[in-house]
Structures are given as C-alpha cells and as structure tokens.
Design a protein around this ligand. Structure first.
Ligand code: CMP
Length: 139
C-alpha cells in the first residue's frame, strides 16, 4: 500500500476559533500537497460512522456530538512518509502533551477539542479519504 497520503480534518473548535488559515499554512509549509479538500458539516450520523472504530470507548458519544457541532475542513494530504510526518506535525492527541510548535500545541485546548485529526495508518488514510472524497474531487 502507498505510504505517501494521509487524511486530516480541521475540527469544529479550530474552525470556530479562526485557525483554518494558520493550520493550512503549517501544513503547506511542512511540505504537504493538498490532494483534496472540502469545507462541510457532519451530521451526528455521519460523524458516528466516521468514528465507528471508537464505538465502544467511553468518549464516543461526546466525540460524535463535538464533531457534528459545527463545520470542519476535510482534506487528503500527500508527502513521502505522510502518516508519520503528519502525526509529528500535529503532536500528541492530548494537546497538553503535544510538543511546542506542533499544531495541537499551538491551536488546541483539550483532548476533545484537539484542533485536528490525522490518520494513524496507510490503511485508515485510504478508508477515511474514501469516506469524504470521490475520484473526481482529487487532484
Ligand atoms: P482523533 O485523532 O480525531 O481520534 C479520536 C478522537 O477522540 C481523538 O482525536 C480525540 O479528540 C478524542 N478523544 C477524546 N478522549 C480521548 C481519549 N481518552 N483517547 C483518545 N482520543 C480521545
């Protein structure tokens, strides 16, 4: 499987706090190409489907409510070693543990409102990208 793509969302907290531009600038300056991108709102049903792998986790209900609480930016990004490099760029899931200068360190407030999502494997990057984008929406 190719290892040069990842999937990201700029979450409702970061959108509401005016950080779309700041986050996209970090992504582009870090060498990622934007293959696909859209500004949309997830229904609770769609958010639940996207995060269904976490269905049994105690935070699932709050996660679904949060991810459907306002618009998000969804994107497929391309770069050599995309999964690992993007996870480095965004920092730890819990922003209080994220390295200085990472996206979550700069733009996130809590583990729930943690500014961005990043795929954790090549397999999930493909599943997540396919969830949002058709072949005609990729460049
Ligand atoms: P994300 O990378 O989008 O994947 C699942 C999300 O669940 C995660 O970011 C967090 O925003 C949220 N979440 C809330 N609590 C936890 C937790 N204890 N562990 C992992 N993720 C959590």
């Amino acid at each position: 499987m190719e290892n040069n793509k990842t999937f990201t969302m700029i979450k409702p907290d970061a959108v509401a706090n005016g950080h779309i531009g700041g986050i996209l600038e970090k992504i582009i300056k870090s060498g990622f190409k934007i293959v696909a991108m859209k500004y949309i709102s997830l229904s609770a049903e769609k958010a639940g489907e996207f995060y269904s792998v976490h269905k049994e986790r105690p935070f699932y209900k709050d996660l679904v409510a949060f991810m459907s609480s306002g618009p998000i930016v969804a994107a497929i990004l391309e770069k050599d070693n995309a999964i690992e490099d993007y996870r480095k760029l965004i920092g730890a899931t819990d922003p209080s543990k994220a390295e200085p200068g990472t996206i979550r360190n700069l733009f996130a407030k809590s583990i729930d409102a943690n500014a961005v999502h990043g795929s954790d494997s090549d397999e999930n990057a493909k599943i997540e990208g396919d969830f949002f984008f058709s072949a005609f929406e990729r460049f």
